[in-house]
Design a protein around this ligand. Sequence first.
Ligand SMILES: [Ca+2]
Length: 151
Amino acid sequence: MKVGVIVLTAIAVVASNFCTTFALRYTVHNTEVTFYEAWVQCIGQGGYLAAPQVALQGDKIWDAVNKSGNTNKKYWLAGTDIGQDGAWIWISRNVPVGGVNGYINWASGFPEIGDTDANCMLLEKNRGTPKWVHTTCDDKNFYVCEYYSVN
Ligand SMILES: [Ca+2]
C-alpha cells in the first residue's frame, strides 16, 4: 500500500511539471522601458517577466517575438545578477538561471564576469539566432511577459 502511494505521488509531480512547461503563454511588449519597469509591468498585467527554463520555452518566446515583427530589437527577460556578480537568477521565479533544467542560451562571450554595470538579461538576435546578452538595467528595451494558463 505504501509503495502505491509513493508511485502516485511521483506521477503527480511529473504531471505538474509537464503542465508548467506547456501551459505558459507569452506576450511581447513593444514599448521601451527599463528592466525594473518591465518586471513591474508584467506583474501589473497578471504575469511575470519571461524566464525561459527549457529550450521549448525559449523557442516559444522567439516565435512570439517573430509574430510581433521586431526581431532586430532587444527584449528584457527576467535574468539578473544584480545581487551578486556572475550569480544569474530568474528574478520572477527565484531560481538560478540554468539551475533547474540546465538550459542556458547565452551568446558567445556571455555572461561576462566582473561586469558589475551589466546586470540584466536581454534576448536579441545574435549572429542570426536568438541569444541572451546583458546590459545595464536602466537601459530601455522592449520586453516579454509570461502567463500561466489553466489547462
Ligand atoms: Ca553583472
